[in-house]
Design a binder for this molecule. Structure first.
Ligand SMILES: Nc1ncnc2c1ncn2[C@@H]1O[C@H](COP(=O)(O)OP(=O)(O)OP(=O)(O)O)[C@@H](O)[C@H]1O
Length: 301
């Protein structure tokens, strides 16, 4: 059976500015299940934003298709919400109206009071309550603005939520607090999320799976690393889990070394080129070669 979101043989080429072509990625295929939180990690230029723009319907691939819930993605839709690093709020509307605006479009049958209640509830989930919701974005801090973007995106119940480095512009403390709020709201919503980040620790904290891309050009989604750390997760406790550093080391090693070694390898024509699944779990019994008894060999047989 196909996954909820299926990316099938996606290829993106751009003019390279010198009369030739740049193949950003070729025949990339992967899936995302309903309710999954998937993060994509890779070096600058490997094509993460290009993939996100295609998923959002804001760009068309050179070839390949994206199918969500049985339908091919063609153009933007309220089914897909995007949160960018730079918040993209409407500056002339109050915080509350920035949220009600989308909710009213998504649910045209709802009464004005219901729309306001719904928007207020989602703003409260990210810690924005009281007078602050009547302020304009210019009167909010960067962290508050990003909270509004997150509340707005979740309030619309999109089938797919796309997060493009949403915390990239925030200081470490604010970032941590909003990561916790994002986890809380996601935990209540069964929302399917696809996120780009450059922060390995953020990826481990948030993701069910991390997709690892090799360096571009001709990048590939090489691995799908399962985050074998139970939820609910919390930033301070997660580092004590036996799998944390094992997973982190694997990711650091991939980004530091293997993403270069695997770069530019042509994909095999006709193959699906799906990423290899990597499962690291120190809590499962390990095969220790020292303990292994030599195999018994039958004699005289
Ligand atoms: N419209 C375009 N025309 C030509 N080249 C483009 C276009 N958009 C992206 N590229 C090129 O495609 C490659 C991938 O870009 P993309 O922004 O997707 O990478 P990224 O992995 O998101 O990088 P970063 O982490 O720095 O945001 C880059 O080499 C970029 O220069």
């Amino acid at each position: 059976m196909k996954p909820y979101l299926s990316i099938e043989k996606l290829t993106q080429r751009f003019p390279d500015g010198a009369g030739g072509e740049l193949t950003v990625f070729e025949d990339a295929s992967f899936g995302v299940e309903k309710g999954e939180f998937v993060v994509i990690l890779g070096h600058s230029g490997c094509g993460k934003s290009t993939i996100m723009n295609i998923l959002a319907g804001l760009a068309e691939p050179t070839s390949g298709v994206v199918v969500m819930d049985g339908q091919a993605v063609r153009g933007p839709s309220l089914d897909r919400g995007v949160v960018f690093q730079n918040y993209s709020l409407l500056p002339w509307l109050t915080t509350l109206k920035n949220v009600t605006f989308g909710v009213a479009a998504r649910y045209p049958d709802w009464s004005k009071a219901k729309v306001i209640d719904h928007a207020t509830e989602f703003l409260a989930m990210v810690g924005l309550e009281g007078d602050v919701i009547h302020r304009k974005p210019s009167q909010l801090s960067g962290g508050m603005r990003q909270r509004v973007s997150i509340a707005r995106a979740f309030a619309n119940h999109p089938k797919l939520l796309l997060l493009d480095e949403p915390f990239g512009a925030l200081d470490a403390l604010t970032r941590g607090t909003i990561q916790d709020e994002l986890l809380k709201i996601w935990g209540q919503m069964e929302q399917t999320v696809f996120m780009i980040t450059h922060d390995i620790d953020e990826a481990i904290l948030l993701a069910d799976r991390i997709l690892l891309m090799t360096n571009g050009p001709q990048a590939r989604v090489a691995e799908s690393v399962e985050i074998t750390i139970p939820r609910p997760r919390n930033r301070t406790e997660i580092v004590e889990h036996p799998n944390y550093y094992a997973i982190r080391n694997h990711l650091v090693q991939f980004l530091g070394k293997r993403s270069k070694e695997l770069a530019g390898q042509p994909t095999i024509a006709g193959e699906t080129n799906r990423p290899e699944t990597v499962r690291i779990d120190k809590t499962e019994p390990q095969d220790d070669p020292e303990d292994t008894q030599p195999a018994l060999v039958a004699v005289n047989s």
